[in-house]
Design a protein around this ligand. Structure first.
Ligand code: UDP
Ligand code: MG
Length: 321
């Protein structure tokens, strides 16, 4: 491959017939400008991933591909959700290009940030995260829920880049390694940091959606947060164990208290023994659940078959090895 990188822009689309005719032109203009400026190779492409749309989205993609060779498209057999659509596009692109940039098709993410992302790539970064510098354009409700989303994820031990969604540059080299992450429960923004390699962030202002409606209502955002936490962290399980230990300690105090009361003769017959049993069993059960949970957490991590190491540099050539 030449000195100029081949760029594939990966764009997930679900029922986007309203925005696609507008934003596709913007993407094409950007790619043509980058080619003219000799920043990227002529073989660069804009890859649309139709995520089982029920409207004319796929027909529009077919028309675009006929009109200009820089447009290409793939279509999923049914709707699988944003994360799966992005993954399908990235995996499809990884063997044909040097770098990918994933971006939503609704025009919310500023395409001009791509210039800086590509500069950072030439400076040696393999992953460049697009980070929103502000959310003034979002509704107050969206802003609060979205910020709560990142805070909650971090509190639960799922580390993510703050205010970064799925607008990012990833080199094909990272994607080759990423292909070894075989899990089906996808939370891409939390998984890419696990791969490692040199990375950085680029800041941009997020716009309003050009047309159509958001596919991420609160319900889907909560589902995504839950996926993120459970796929990256076993902290919820650990919290059960901790709760068990606290309750066991409280019960122990309860046991002493009931014995003292019984000795002082201030109780009816049988009360103290009942309190002792109830308090003791409660604490023991929670600790046991937590311990079983620890093992389930380990099994969960094992079945993902994530790579145990990724080598980024060698002093010797591949052949010498
Ligand atoms: N999307 C998708 N499959 C889905 C839902 C959404 O491919 O099931 C795409 C959608 O077309 C868009 C991107 O994911 O390009 C982000 O969706 P949206 O703009 O609705 O989310 P928001 O920006 O409001 O969080
Ligand atoms: Mg959007």
């Amino acid at each position: 491959m030449g000195t100029k990188a081949i760029l594939y822009i990966v764009v997930p689309c679900y029922n986007e017939e309203k925005v696609l005719p507008i934003t596709s032109g913007m993407f094409l203009e950007k790619v043509q400008k980058l080619i003219q400026a000799e920043k990227i190779d002529e073989k660069s492409r804009i890859m649309f991933v139709n995520d089982g749309s029920k409207d004319r989205t796929w027909e529009i993609i077919l028309e675009l591909a006929k009109k200009d060779e820089h447009f290409i498209g793939i279509s999923q057999s049914r709707n699988r959700g944003h994360q799966n659509a992005v993954l399908a596009g990235l995996m499809e692109a990884k063997d044909c290009c040097d770098i990918t940039i994933s971006i939503d098709c609704d025009g919310q993410d500023d395409i001009n940030a791509m210039n800086q992302m590509i500069e950072e790539y030439y400076d040696g970064c393999e992953i460049v995260y697009g980070v929103r510098s502000n959310r003034e354009k979002d509704t107050i409700f969206k802003r609060c829920t979205a910020q709560g989303f990142y805070k909650f994820l971090n509190a639960m031990g799922a580390e993510v880049v703050y205010n970064h969604a799925d607008y990012r540059l990833v080199s094909s080299r990272v994607l080759q390694e990423f292909a070894n992450y075989k899990e089906v429960n996808l939370f891409l923004r939390g998984m890419f940091p696990l791969v490692g390699f040199k990375s950085t962030s680029v800041y941009y202002e997020r716009h309003e959606r050009i047309a159509g409606e958001s596919h991420y209502p609160l319900r889907k955002m909560l589902a995504l947060a839950f996926d993120g936490i459970t796929s990256l962290s076993v902290k919820p399980i650990r919290m059960i164990t901790e709760l068990g230990i606290i309750i066991a300690m409280l019960s122990f105090a309860g046991v002493i208290w009931s014995i003292v009361m019984a000795l002082l003769g201030r109780t009816v017959a049988g009360w103290a023994s009942m309190v002792c049993i109830v308090a003791f069993i409660g604490g023991v059960q929670l600790i046991c659940t937590g311990v079983i949970g620890e093992y389930i957490g380990k099994i969960y991590m094992e079945v993902k078959h994530r790579p145990r190491y990724i080598i980024s540099e060698r002093t010797m050539n591949q052949e010498e090895k």
